[in-house]
Write a protein that binds this ligand. Structure first.
Ligand code: HAM
Length: 423
């Protein structure tokens, strides 16, 4: 028997309320802050990510699903949304629209990662981007939107971590300082960190292994080495976040795993922080458009893993609506009643009333248990009497089984009234 590929999932109907709720909240926040929906392709030319995300990141070094297509071109299943969205912004001439262009997307993403709780090879992201504006108040709008998304989903006790990692003016000197510091403390670093030091010293700050922590704690902080423009940007950003009433913690070791970031970076952590628990993160990427061959264009955004949000909703035991259930379940006498039941179910569906019924000639009792299992609001019983008299017996399965006869003529309006009464 075939199995789903490692690190992929089948999302079953019982999880549907969670997905629906998260998607609904994403759309609500997008509407409240005037972000428009975009869809980009599931795969892009490999260079979009190799250049955009950065050649020395884990994503590009180890995790991309890259393949040669039948024309011999190298393509990659998107490991994230931002590079593809900026590619679309440039290609579709969005620079000539009013700036910033504010976009959002719900997408599946692919990373050849080590599967574990909250870490998959195919997962889903909610992604928001504002492209074409350098003003730090845009960074604050996105942080506020990100925060509200979780708050309105019912998540509590989250923590917002923020940092600034500077820009092309001040970051090279900071990175040189950092690399010098690490070289002086090589003995306190694991092998992986020693290797990374040569390719991407900034990423060491994100290292979680206990044996490296003492050295990392003493490392120079980017926020202490910002140029004047970056410092002013950082301070203004945080004053706007504060004005939105959102508590934050400045975390000098927050650097994020993608190379396109400049200045603002942030992450939202759940109350119990594990290695794979970051709910979402983002930041500014003022150099990305140029990396992709476009004109210099500032941008800022964030993404959040849908599976991680849902795990957190479950961990925090937030109430969710029940999975959808039919309004009615049509129950019939196997002999003679089945065609009438089928027709009735179709008539109700045509009227916008959801209806289900048993197949395969089951006995009445079995059909009634099926109606219970489907969590239908009503069983509509079509027995011999009912068929003969043009009526149905309406059994309310959610209020202890009250029964009454209703004429077929009145059925739709009775069901609509019952529905309205429970809304
Ligand atoms: P990222 O931090 O790589 O950022 O991913 C964002 C979120 O995706 C993570 O916080 C996490 O919730 C989820 N995620 C990442 N990897 C996995 C995985 N293997 N399994 C499950 N969930 C995962 C980005 O992707 C940037 N594009 C965010 C951004 C948008 N920055 C600016 N704009």
């Amino acid at each position: 028997m075939y199995q789903a590929p490692r690190g992929t999932q089948d999302i079953l109907p019982e999880d549907e309320p969670y997905w629906r709720q998260v998607e609904k909240q994403m759309r609500r926040q997008a509407r409240l802050a005037n972000y428009g929906e975009i869809q980009t392709p599931t795969f892009e030319e490999t260079g979009v990510f190799a250049r955009g995300v950065g050649a020395t990141t884990d994503i590009v070094e180890k995790e991309m699903y890259t393949f040669l297509d039948k024309g011999g071109d190298s393509m990659t299943l998107r490991p994230e949304a931002t590079a593809g969205i900026v590619r679309a912004y440039l290609q579709r001439g969005m620079a000539s629209r009013p700036q910033p262009v504010k976009l959002f997307m719900l997408l599946n993403t692919f990373r050849y990662d080590k599967p574990q709780k909250g870490r998959f090879r195919e997962f889903h992201q909610i992604d928001f981007e504002a492209i074409g504006e350098a003003d730090p108040s845009v960074d604050a709008e996105l942080v506020a939107l990100h925060w509200r998304l979780y708050a309105e989903l019912g998540l509590r006790d989250l923590s917002l971590q923020v940092n600034s990692i500077g820009d092309h003016n001040c970051r090279p000197a900071y990175i040189a300082l950092l690399a010098d510091y690490f070289r002086q403390h090589l003995d306190g670093l694991c092998e992986e960190c020693q290797r990374r030091l040569e390719t991407n010293p900034l990423r060491l700050l994100d290292e979680k292994r206990p044996q490296c922590q003492a050295v990392l704690e003493g490392a120079p902080r980017s926020a202490d080495h910002l140029c004047d423009a970056c410092r002013a940007h950082f301070e203004t950003w945080l004053s706007y976040v504060e004005a939105a009433g959102i508590p934050f913690e400045i975390n000098s070791r927050l650097v994020r795993g993608l190379d396109y970031y400049t200045r603002s970076v942030w992450e939202v952590w759940p109350p119990v922080v594990g290695a794979q628990s970051t709910l979402g993160g983002g930041g500014r990427y003022d150099g990305l458009a140029e990396q992709l061959g476009g004109r210099p264009t500032p941008g800022v955004g964030f993404a959040s893993g849908v599976e991680r949000i849902i795990l957190e909703i479950k961990d925090q035991q937030v109430d969710m609506p029940s999975p959808t259930a039919p309004d009615v379940f049509v129950v019939y006498q196997a002999e003679g009643g089945k065609l009438a039941a089928f027709r009735l179910a179709e008539e109700l569906r045509a009227q916008g009333i959801s209806a289900d019924l048993s197949f395969g000639d089951r006995k009445l009792g079995k059909q009634l248990s099926a109606a219970d299992r489907a969590r239908a609001r009503f069983a509509l019983i079509l027995g011999e009497d009912e068929l003969a008299s043009g009526t149905v017996t309406l059994k309310d399965l959610q209020s202890g089984g009250d029964q009454r006869r209703v004429s077929r003529h009145d059925l739709v309006s009775v069901l609509r009234q019952a529905d309205a009464a429970t809304q």
